[in-house]
Design a protein around this ligand. Structure first.
Ligand SMILES: [Zn+2]
Ligand SMILES: [Zn+2]
Length: 232
């Protein structure tokens, strides 16, 4: 065991070798410097969208006409996916910096967290085991744990599995190709007893991944599946 001063000495060396740099502009000091913080755009209340059709929807609740038996019930996204937020998400995809994740989630206003409906647990979108091995960690899980801690709900990583490697949706040309790509991507290995679930991911882009995961969870007994993402 090291005593305190020895420990502080090592931490000091680490800070010297790898100083915290702003993910937005590279300035040394913190992961989100003051001027980049000021550039962060939040998703305003009137900018909420329906997770099924992606058109404006009050409080992110799925439109009555878009509701399906196994569909998502709503969506809460905290930030607009641009500027320093976009950079933070990219940094977290390729480098595990848990401090970045904690600081990032710390930027979510308490009022935005209050807009998330009460749930029994949070399930981060899993990576395929092959991807997980090459990357070493799942950024959705790292962020999801910090968000769940602030929501005061447990994280479950033992229910949903990713069983198919998918090509990035943006590289697929037709809608049919995209739909086929997301078919049978997930498998739920445990039955859910009437649970209300928060499905968590870093970014909501096309929504196809989250809709597919919600479908799988609802077929296994989930009552309500609400999507939550850092950005959109
Ligand atoms: Zn900065
Ligand atoms: Zn809709």
């Amino acid at each position: 065991m090291y005593n305190n001063s020895t420990w502080r000495f090592f931490v000091g060396i680490l800070d010297f070798l790898f100083p915290k740099r702003c993910v937005g502009c590279g300035r040394v000091g913190s992961y989100f410097c003051e001027s980049c913080r000021a550039k962060i755009r939040y998703v305003a209340v009137n900018e909420s969208i329906c997770p099924m059709c992606e058109r404006p929807a009050i409080d992110g609740v799925t439109h009555p006409g878009c509701r399906t038996r196994y569909g998502l019930d709503g969506l809460t996204s905290f930030f607009r996916y641009d500027g320093p937020v976009r950079k933070a998400v990219k940094v977290l995809k390729y480098r595990l910096v848990s401090d970045v994740s904690a600081e990032f989630v710390g930027l979510v206003p308490a009022s935005s967290l209050n807009d998330v409906p009460k749930a029994d647990c949070s399930i981060p979108i899993p990576l395929h085991p092959t991807r997980l091995r090459s990357r070493g960690f799942n950024q959705a899980e790292v962020l999801g744990k910090s968000v769940a801690a602030r929501l005061n709900i447990p994280v479950r990583t033992d229910i949903l599995r990713r069983v198919k490697i998918t090509t990035p949706q943006v590289s697929m040309k037709t809608r049919d190709a995209r739909l086929g790509n997301m078919k049978n991507v997930f498998r739920a290995v445990k039955t859910i007893q009437n649970g209300d679930i928060i499905l968590f991911d870093d970014v909501f882009t096309t929504g196809a991944t989250m809709r597919s995961a919600a479908n799988t969870l609802k077929r296994k007994g989930a009552k309500r599946v609400w999507a939550v993402t850092m950005a959109r």
